[in-house]
Design a protein around this ligand. Structure first.
Ligand SMILES: *Cc1c(COP(=O)(O)O)cnc(C)c1O
Length: 302
């Protein structure tokens, strides 16, 4: 990154590059696949994983202005933004999907956001869906008293964020043949794939149902880099019914993985990624001799 650090981010002492750890797991070993964990969950205790990589360039661009962003009731991105606001002294506003939430006790995730000083604005689902329309956005900012704010989109994925995630790929150059990551908006995958060396490939495992992520990831790469970059593909089979769905089979898988490897497994994204990788390797989708790196993008909350 060549832009000067006007945001105090360096004072937060991120652990970068994040550590890479090899784990021995019979389900990979018997197929001749080496499994590495790229521990982005260790970058910072509160700005966790890909959220650091995506927020850091946006916070630098905000240069102290209020940051307004968007998310659902359990959004990891809202929590990370709120924590960044507290740590760096930047005012934050979170626009939350679902106006019914305003009349209930805050859930632990939103309670953490407000404890970190984030002001929450609850909007109905129709308005939330239209939040990128200029007139809707302008009204939201006016209502929040934050007209000159730096606006970061839902999930934090804009061109700056995607370019920030390119560093994740660069850190893995020469270390793996295939790098796999769980996807929400696809921003992390878009940057990761662009940062890898030729000959390395990226695999995304979407946690949302719908199969819409390939064009969105491609659009993010166009926005950030002017065109498609790197070699990447998606496997849409491991969403387990949709966002935040954690059926018993996935829960059991995640608990077992934690027991085997002493790794806290975040359920909404990382569990689905690891389940997908065990399945793919079992299917023989990766040739023997492959080194596979799984990006550990987060940590369970709380
Ligand atoms: C936000 C998040 C993701 C998804 O990142 P995208 O860039 O939106 O695809 C993956 N894993 C974890 C743990 C996250 O919090």
């Amino acid at each position: 990154m060549t832009s000067p650090d006007t945001s105090g981010l360096a004072s937060l002492r991120p652990r970068l590059p994040s550590p890479v750890q090899e784990v021995v797991d019979g389900r990979f070993e018997r197929r001749g696949v080496r499994l590495l964990l790229k521990r982005d969950d260790l970058i910072h205790p509160e700005l966790i994983g890909n959220k650091w990589r995506k927020l850091a360039p946006n916070l630098a661009a905000a240069a102290g202005r209020t940051v307004v962003t968007f998310g659902g009731a359990w959004s990891n991105h809202l929590r990370a933004t709120a924590a960044a606001g507290r740590l760096l002294g930047i005012p934050t506003v979170g626009v939350v999907r679902g106006d019914e939430l305003a009349t209930r006790p805050l859930n632990p995730s939103l309670a953490r956001c407000t404890a970190d000083g984030m002001r929450l604005r609850f909007v109905d689902r129709t308005t939330y869906r239209r939040k990128a329309e200029p007139s809707v956005l302008a009204a939201l900012l006016r209502a929040a008293g934050a007209e000159d704010a730096c606006v970061v989109p839902e999930g934090g994925s804009n061109a700056e964020a995607v370019r920030g995630c390119r560093e994740l790929g660069a850190e893995l150059r020469g270390k793996a043949d295939v790098v796999a990551v769980a996807c929400g908006t696809g921003g992390t995958l878009a940057g990761l794939a662009a940062g890898l060396a030729p000959g390395q490939r990226a695999l995304g495992v979407p946690v949302l149902k719908g199969g819409f992520l390939a064009p969105e990831t491609e659009a993010l790469q166009r926005e950030a880099f002017g065109g498609r970059r790197g070699t990447w593909a998606l496997d849409d089979r491991f969403h387990f019914g949709g966002y935040a769905r954690v059926p018993a089979e996935l829960e059991a898988f995640a608990a077992d993985f934690e027991q085997r490897h002493g790794l806290p497994v975040e359920r909404l994204y990382v569990a689905k990624l690891l389940y997908g990788l065990v399945t793919l390797v079992d299917e023989g989708a990766l040739p023997p001799g492959t080194t596979l790196a799984a990006v550990i993008t987060g940590r369970p909350f709380p």
